[in-house]
Design a protein around this ligand. Structure first.
Ligand SMILES: [Fe+2]
Ligand SMILES: [Fe+2]
Length: 243
Protein backbone atom coordinates (compact mmCIF):
# COMPACT_ATOMS: atom_id res chain seq x y z
CA UNK A 1 0.00 0.00 0.00
CA UNK A 2 1.14 3.53 -0.70
CA UNK A 3 0.76 6.73 1.29
CA UNK A 4 0.81 9.86 -0.82
CA UNK A 5 2.37 12.93 0.81
CA UNK A 6 2.07 16.38 -0.79
CA UNK A 7 4.39 19.10 0.45
CA UNK A 8 5.40 22.70 -0.15
CA UNK A 9 7.26 25.29 1.88
CA UNK A 10 8.12 28.98 1.75
CA UNK A 11 4.81 30.07 0.27
CA UNK A 12 5.31 33.45 2.03
CA UNK A 13 1.63 34.38 1.86
CA UNK A 14 0.25 37.90 1.81
CA UNK A 15 -2.75 39.35 0.00
CA UNK A 16 -0.87 39.57 -3.30
CA UNK A 17 -0.27 35.79 -3.27
CA UNK A 18 -3.93 34.82 -2.72
CA UNK A 19 -5.15 32.53 -5.50
CA UNK A 20 -1.69 31.34 -6.61
CA UNK A 21 -2.03 27.90 -4.96
CA UNK A 22 -5.76 27.34 -4.47
CA UNK A 23 -6.66 25.98 -7.93
CA UNK A 24 -4.05 23.22 -7.55
CA UNK A 25 -5.04 22.65 -3.91
CA UNK A 26 -8.64 22.00 -4.89
CA UNK A 27 -7.37 19.05 -7.01
CA UNK A 28 -5.02 17.80 -4.28
CA UNK A 29 -7.36 15.23 -2.64
CA UNK A 30 -7.24 13.20 -5.89
CA UNK A 31 -3.44 13.10 -5.70
CA UNK A 32 -2.45 12.98 -2.03
CA UNK A 33 -3.59 11.85 1.42
CA UNK A 34 -2.06 14.75 3.36
CA UNK A 35 -0.47 18.16 2.75
CA UNK A 36 2.67 19.22 4.63
CA UNK A 37 3.67 22.89 4.85
CA UNK A 38 7.39 23.29 5.57
CA UNK A 39 7.42 26.74 7.20
CA UNK A 40 7.73 30.36 6.06
CA UNK A 41 4.02 30.32 5.51
CA UNK A 42 3.95 34.12 5.81
CA UNK A 43 6.21 36.97 4.75
CA UNK A 44 6.63 38.74 8.11
CA UNK A 45 4.66 36.63 10.57
CA UNK A 46 1.63 38.90 10.94
CA UNK A 47 -1.86 37.75 11.82
CA UNK A 48 -3.16 39.33 8.60
CA UNK A 49 -0.75 37.21 6.58
CA UNK A 50 -1.71 34.10 8.57
CA UNK A 51 -5.33 34.74 7.61
CA UNK A 52 -4.19 34.62 3.98
CA UNK A 53 -2.54 31.24 4.70
CA UNK A 54 -5.83 30.02 6.16
CA UNK A 55 -7.77 31.28 3.16
CA UNK A 56 -5.38 29.67 0.68
CA UNK A 57 -4.47 26.40 2.44
CA UNK A 58 -7.27 25.92 4.96
CA UNK A 59 -10.29 23.64 4.98
CA UNK A 60 -8.96 21.20 2.40
CA UNK A 61 -10.44 17.72 2.07
CA UNK A 62 -7.15 16.23 3.37
CA UNK A 63 -5.33 17.00 6.64
CA UNK A 64 -2.92 19.94 6.47
CA UNK A 65 0.08 19.78 8.84
CA UNK A 66 2.63 22.57 9.17
CA UNK A 67 5.73 23.78 10.94
CA UNK A 68 6.54 27.47 11.17
CA UNK A 69 9.62 29.10 9.66
CA UNK A 70 11.87 31.99 10.65
CA UNK A 71 9.69 34.49 8.75
CA UNK A 72 6.65 33.34 10.75
CA UNK A 73 8.48 34.39 13.94
CA UNK A 74 9.47 37.86 12.76
CA UNK A 75 6.62 39.85 14.40
CA UNK A 76 6.57 37.81 17.63
CA UNK A 77 2.94 36.82 17.08
CA UNK A 78 3.43 33.05 17.01
CA UNK A 79 0.56 32.09 19.39
CA UNK A 80 -1.88 34.24 17.41
CA UNK A 81 -0.58 32.80 14.12
CA UNK A 82 -1.02 29.25 15.37
CA UNK A 83 -4.57 30.09 16.47
CA UNK A 84 -5.49 31.54 13.07
CA UNK A 85 -4.07 28.48 11.34
CA UNK A 86 -5.91 26.13 13.71
CA UNK A 87 -9.17 27.93 12.93
CA UNK A 88 -8.52 27.10 9.26
CA UNK A 89 -7.92 23.44 10.11
CA UNK A 90 -4.13 23.60 9.81
CA UNK A 91 -2.24 21.77 12.58
CA UNK A 92 1.10 23.30 13.57
CA UNK A 93 3.79 21.00 14.99
CA UNK A 94 6.73 22.18 17.12
CA UNK A 95 8.62 19.31 18.70
CA UNK A 96 5.39 17.34 18.47
CA UNK A 97 3.81 14.75 16.22
CA UNK A 98 0.49 13.67 14.81
CA UNK A 99 -0.86 10.51 13.17
CA UNK A 100 -3.10 10.56 10.10
CA UNK A 101 -5.14 7.57 9.01
CA UNK A 102 -4.85 7.02 5.26
CA UNK A 103 -5.98 4.21 2.94
CA UNK A 104 -2.30 3.17 2.72
CA UNK A 105 -1.72 3.02 6.48
CA UNK A 106 -1.14 5.22 9.50
CA UNK A 107 1.14 8.15 8.62
CA UNK A 108 3.06 9.68 11.51
CA UNK A 109 4.43 13.19 11.08
CA UNK A 110 6.90 14.67 13.58
CA UNK A 111 7.69 18.33 13.12
CA UNK A 112 9.94 21.07 14.41
CA UNK A 113 11.02 24.40 12.94
CA UNK A 114 14.65 23.61 13.62
CA UNK A 115 17.50 26.10 13.50
CA UNK A 116 20.96 26.70 12.03
CA UNK A 117 24.44 25.73 13.14
CA UNK A 118 25.94 24.11 10.08
CA UNK A 119 27.06 20.66 9.08
CA UNK A 120 29.51 18.13 10.47
CA UNK A 121 33.08 19.37 10.33
CA UNK A 122 32.00 22.95 9.64
CA UNK A 123 29.54 23.69 12.42
CA UNK A 124 29.16 25.94 15.42
CA UNK A 125 29.90 24.41 18.81
CA UNK A 126 28.63 25.10 22.30
CA UNK A 127 31.71 27.04 23.39
CA UNK A 128 32.66 30.61 24.23
CA UNK A 129 30.27 33.50 24.50
CA UNK A 130 26.80 33.04 26.01
CA UNK A 131 25.27 34.14 22.70
CA UNK A 132 27.08 31.37 20.82
CA UNK A 133 26.12 28.79 23.41
CA UNK A 134 22.48 29.90 23.27
CA UNK A 135 22.49 29.63 19.47
CA UNK A 136 23.86 26.10 19.49
CA UNK A 137 21.64 25.00 22.38
CA UNK A 138 18.61 26.16 20.41
CA UNK A 139 19.59 23.79 17.61
CA UNK A 140 20.41 20.93 19.98
CA UNK A 141 17.05 21.34 21.70
CA UNK A 142 15.14 21.34 18.39
CA UNK A 143 16.99 18.23 17.21
CA UNK A 144 16.40 16.45 20.52
CA UNK A 145 12.68 17.18 20.40
CA UNK A 146 12.43 16.08 16.75
CA UNK A 147 14.23 12.81 17.47
CA UNK A 148 12.08 12.05 20.51
CA UNK A 149 8.87 12.86 18.60
CA UNK A 150 9.90 10.57 15.74
CA UNK A 151 10.90 7.67 18.00
CA UNK A 152 7.71 7.88 20.06
CA UNK A 153 5.37 7.74 17.05
CA UNK A 154 3.10 4.71 16.82
CA UNK A 155 2.38 4.45 13.08
CA UNK A 156 3.20 2.58 9.86
CA UNK A 157 5.24 5.27 8.09
CA UNK A 158 7.20 8.15 9.67
CA UNK A 159 7.84 11.53 8.06
CA UNK A 160 9.97 14.33 9.53
CA UNK A 161 8.87 17.89 8.79
CA UNK A 162 11.22 20.83 9.42
CA UNK A 163 11.83 24.31 8.07
CA UNK A 164 15.61 24.28 8.43
CA UNK A 165 17.59 21.73 6.41
CA UNK A 166 18.83 18.49 8.03
CA UNK A 167 21.52 17.85 5.40
CA UNK A 168 23.76 19.91 3.15
CA UNK A 169 22.77 18.01 -0.04
CA UNK A 170 19.59 20.01 -0.52
CA UNK A 171 21.43 23.33 -0.07
CA UNK A 172 23.39 22.89 -3.32
CA UNK A 173 22.96 26.17 -5.17
CA UNK A 174 23.06 28.32 -2.02
CA UNK A 175 26.25 30.26 -1.15
CA UNK A 176 28.51 28.14 1.09
CA UNK A 177 28.92 31.15 3.41
CA UNK A 178 25.29 30.94 4.58
CA UNK A 179 25.04 27.15 5.08
CA UNK A 180 25.30 27.55 8.91
CA UNK A 181 22.13 29.69 8.78
CA UNK A 182 20.22 27.23 6.60
CA UNK A 183 20.29 24.11 8.72
CA UNK A 184 22.05 21.70 11.00
CA UNK A 185 23.36 18.15 10.76
CA UNK A 186 21.89 17.56 14.23
CA UNK A 187 18.44 17.51 12.62
CA UNK A 188 19.72 14.80 10.26
CA UNK A 189 21.01 12.76 13.20
CA UNK A 190 17.57 13.07 14.83
CA UNK A 191 15.90 11.85 11.64
CA UNK A 192 18.27 8.89 11.50
CA UNK A 193 17.47 7.97 15.12
CA UNK A 194 14.12 6.52 13.99
CA UNK A 195 13.06 4.49 10.94
CA UNK A 196 12.03 7.61 9.05
CA UNK A 197 10.74 7.20 5.49
CA UNK A 198 11.02 10.80 4.32
CA UNK A 199 12.31 14.15 5.59
CA UNK A 200 10.77 17.33 4.19
CA UNK A 201 12.12 20.85 4.69
CA UNK A 202 12.12 24.33 3.18
CA UNK A 203 14.07 27.58 3.88
CA UNK A 204 16.72 27.13 1.17
CA UNK A 205 15.08 28.99 -1.71
CA UNK A 206 18.10 28.56 -3.98
CA UNK A 207 18.78 24.96 -2.98
CA UNK A 208 18.11 21.58 -4.56
CA UNK A 209 15.12 19.25 -4.14
CA UNK A 210 16.79 15.90 -3.42
CA UNK A 211 19.21 14.66 -0.79
CA UNK A 212 19.90 11.85 1.69
CA UNK A 213 20.74 11.73 5.38
CA UNK A 214 23.88 9.80 6.39
CA UNK A 215 21.50 6.99 7.40
CA UNK A 216 19.91 6.88 3.94
CA UNK A 217 16.63 8.72 4.60
CA UNK A 218 15.29 10.57 1.58
CA UNK A 219 15.36 14.35 2.11
CA UNK A 220 13.30 16.74 -0.01
CA UNK A 221 13.64 20.53 -0.07
CA UNK A 222 10.12 21.60 -0.97
CA UNK A 223 10.68 25.38 -0.85
CA UNK A 224 8.32 26.77 -3.46
CA UNK A 225 11.11 28.52 -5.42
CA UNK A 226 12.85 25.10 -5.64
CA UNK A 227 9.95 22.86 -6.66
CA UNK A 228 8.35 25.60 -8.79
CA UNK A 229 4.85 24.15 -8.45
CA UNK A 230 2.02 24.33 -5.90
CA UNK A 231 3.27 21.14 -4.21
CA UNK A 232 5.28 18.01 -4.87
CA UNK A 233 3.79 14.57 -4.14
CA UNK A 234 5.91 11.72 -2.70
CA UNK A 235 4.73 8.11 -2.56
CA UNK A 236 5.72 6.13 0.54
CA UNK A 237 5.27 2.41 1.07
CA UNK A 238 3.82 1.27 4.41
CA UNK A 239 6.14 -1.08 6.30
CA UNK A 240 4.18 -4.28 6.97
CA UNK A 241 6.24 -4.73 10.16
CA UNK A 242 4.79 -1.49 11.46
CA UNK A 243 8.22 0.05 12.06
FE1 LIG B 1 11.52 31.22 3.06
FE1 LIG C 1 13.11 30.49 6.05
Amino acid sequence: MTIRVAAVGDVHMDVDVLGRFRPALDRLPELADVLLLAGDLTRHGTVAEAKCVGEEFGHLAVPVIAVLGNHDHHCDEVPDLVGVLADAGIEVLEGTSTVVGTPGGRLGVAGVKGFGGGFAGRCASEFGEPETKAFVRTTCDAADRLGAALRELDCDVRVALTHYAPVADTLAGEPLEIYPFLGSYLLGQAIDSAPTALAVHGHAHAGTERGLTPGGVRVRNVAHPVIKQAYSVYHLGADPAGA
